[in-house]
Design a protein around this ligand. Sequence first.
Ligand SMILES: *Cc1c(COP(=O)(O)O)cnc(C)c1O
Length: 363
Amino acid sequence: MTDSVYNFGAGPAMLPPPVMAKIQEEWLDFQGMGVSLIEISHRSKEFVAILEEVQTLFRELTGLPQNYRILFVHGGARMQFSAVPLNFAGRVASRKCLYVESGNFAKLAAKEAQIFCPTEIIASSADSNYSYIPRLTPDSIDQDAAYLHITSNNTIYGTRWNQFPETGSVPLIADMTSELLSRKIDYSKFGVVYAGLQKNLGPSGMAMVIVREDLLGYAAEQTPTLLNYTQGDKDNSLTNTTNTFAIYVIKLVLEWLKEQGGIAAIEPQNEAKAALLYQTIDNSDFYQGIAQEADRSIMNVSFKLPNEELAARFLQQAEAIGLYALKGHRNTGGVRASIYNPMPLAGVEKLTNFMAEFEQKNG
Ligand SMILES: *Cc1c(COP(=O)(O)O)cnc(C)c1O
């Protein structure tokens, strides 16, 4: 990636350029140790300091309440699709787990849970290829269930929950992979939040899990040790060798975010970027947004062109001028612009200018 290329990839996604530069600067000699960060023990005092710093910074940036634990776990977001039912279904005798199917990852999460517990999909927007977030009524949430799982931002379709459901005494669990740290969240409304790192936090292959303390201790007996959140919490995420590099990158990303002014500063920037794109879509008969307006994501903006041939030409011409990785997911076709925290407004402006030009020539 050079400065003239804007990376709109959904994930692994762009990281802030200053973070990349810092990694390069420290690569061969970490803080004067004469070795690289990736060459030192995950139990060394230098790495443990990084791990603790990440937790402190995350708490500071999010205002996470004290009764929540922070874990770093293997296997990305989808490994948590298994870990969640294994760790929490045992909270109740029925072991019943509730899911909302608002997109492809939501569907996969529910499917995985079926391996481990009685699973019920209580609402779905599959009827319209996930163009909206299903609305829940309080009485649709069985108060005897172990938890309700939602996907807070649907990466493929570009929808998000703008208002989270009231679940009564049933813990709300959210996959926030494609939007963690992009907007202010009241974590006290959630029992568990998890996110794969590769969209707003760092490299792929790991996830961050935030768990309310009282939900720990219910893991099923057959839970693999490395998927057991209670064990991970006891071991401060160092049950085995963690991905030290990934956690180091998170630290740099969090420091970068703090320098930007934190979530209070980045959220309006994210909104402004998304607004510019949606405006361009709404002011045109050529581009058509996929998400219904009330449920639009500010992280992933998915839209169609009049046909897939035009979309292919759009993508090819966009890439030629440094607008990289705009191809929509195979489930939607068209175009998807992932505009995570590090995407500058200039990148979105370049994209919207190109959209206007392309429409003029081809519309
Ligand atoms: C990308 C994504 C995933 C998959 O993440 P992996 O780390 O590849 O398992 C899961 N859920 C959501 C919402 C995503 O955006």
